[in-house]
Design a protein around this ligand. Structure first.
Ligand code: NCD
Ligand code: ZN
Length: 358
């Protein structure tokens, strides 16, 4: 088959690291990995130390990523215990959204109290997404806030049958919500944990096969809007430690895994492409850019191997899996930034898709 053309791939859920966590990854290394994975742009989460929770920290991070990113990008602001609501308007104009952690994970941004969650919902601006980490019962708690404040809310890394049930109902009720699912929850399950060990640990954790089936059913029914990697690199030593870090890399494996599912007849090709491009653009209200696309050879098969990966962490939970699709070219704003082998854009080429650098 001729190469597939995908218009403007965006991963709105990545942890590019850098700053105090540069040993795990950097804006440079992980945006290069993103381009090799086919992406035009990636949105970076605020939990990298120091957390992106005030204007000064946001300005520093914007300046830093602006100098080093090879692809386009957006940054999330982190909801915290601090009351930043007075600054929210100026902050919102420079970020892709507010990230609210409602269950515990890497970093220290957990918002455990309902009153605090509500304060952020009340204060945040409606023209930028609130992206939530919410698992199980917490999904219901956040849905109550969406019902009350009508803030457009994206539910990140949905992984269980119960969560899908709640969100399907909420969509039927007309709430302004969208749903993201990660490749690791679609292609791995708790049955893989004995083999993967700590390399299969992430938040939310790998679930039962029945949960995995519910995610695939939700994709078929159109309840899942996007596939996001939750690219969260940690070093091999950190994964092999006594208390292993949660999180797995994913920027270079998302598209090949989805195209393998297409090949296996589990997924429609157009839907696979839309879930990593047009649907993300629609949710984050990004105008598609001309001459910004990815060409993929969908006939190319290979096994995922760590020595082919560009992510600084140098491993993948999908190693050894058969996947399909080779990224041949990536074009951003009329510039060829990847030729199937080398990243061609210079550092700092990437632009903020949300406003200007302070
Ligand atoms: C993420 C990380 O390491 O930053 N880890 C993970 O397991 N997904 C944090 C997160 O997104 O929860
Ligand atoms: Zn994440």
């Amino acid at each position: 088959m001729p190469p597939i053309k995908i218009h403007g791939m965006i991963d709105p859920h990545t942890h590019l690291r850098d700053l105090d966590w540069s040993h795990k990854g950097s804006f440079a290394s992980e945006t290069k990995a993103a381009i090799a994975g086919g992406y035009w742009a990636v949105f970076d989460m605020p939990n990298t130390a120091p957390s992106t929770i005030d204007d000064a920290l946001l300005s520093d991070k914007l300046a830093r990523i602006d100098k080093s990113a090879y692809c386009d990008w957006g940054l999330y602001f982190g909801a915290s215990q601090a009351d930043n609501s007075a600054e929210y308007e100026s902050i919102a104009s420079r970020v892709c959204g507010l990230k609210m952690y409602n269950n515990s994970t890497t970093g220290d941004l957990l918002i455990a109290s309902s009153a605090m969650r509500e304060r952020h919902y009340r204060a945040w601006t409606p023209n930028r997404i609130i992206a939530v980490h919410a698992e199980e019962e917490t999904v219901a708690n956040i849905l109550d806030l969406v019902r009350k404040y009508r803030q457009p809310t994206h539910f990140l890394h949905i992984s269980s049958e119960y969560e899908i049930k709640l969100l399907t109902q909420a969509k039927q009720d007309g709430l302004p919500i969208t749903v993201g699912v990660c490749p690791h929850h679609l292609f791995l399950s708790e049955d893989d944990l004995p083999t993967l060990g700590a390399f299969g640990l992430m938040k939310p954790e790998l679930k039962r096969k029945s949960d995995q089936r519910a995610l695939w059913r939700a994709i078929r029914l159109g309840v899942v809007d996007i596939i996001e990697s939750d690219h969260a690199p940690h070093t091999i030593a950190e994964k092999e430690a006594d208390e292993p870090a949660y999180g797995v890399p994913g920027l270079e494996t998302t598209l090949p895994l989805l195209l393998q599912a297409v090949k296996d007849g589990r997924l429609d090709l157009q839907q696979a492409c839309d879930m990593v491009s047009l649907n993300v653009q629609r949710i984050w209200r990004i105008t598609p850019l001309p001459k910004t696309y990815t060409l993929v050879d969908a006939d190319y098969h290979y096994l995922v191997a760590r020595d082919q990966l560009r992510t600084k962490c140098g491993w993948s939970p999908f190693e050894g899996m058969r996947v399909c699709g080779k990224v041949l070219e990536v074009w951003i704003r009329g510039h060829k930034v990847y030729d199937g082998d080398q990243v061609l854009s210079p550092p700092g080429f990437g632009r903020n898709l949300f406003g200007f650098v302070a």
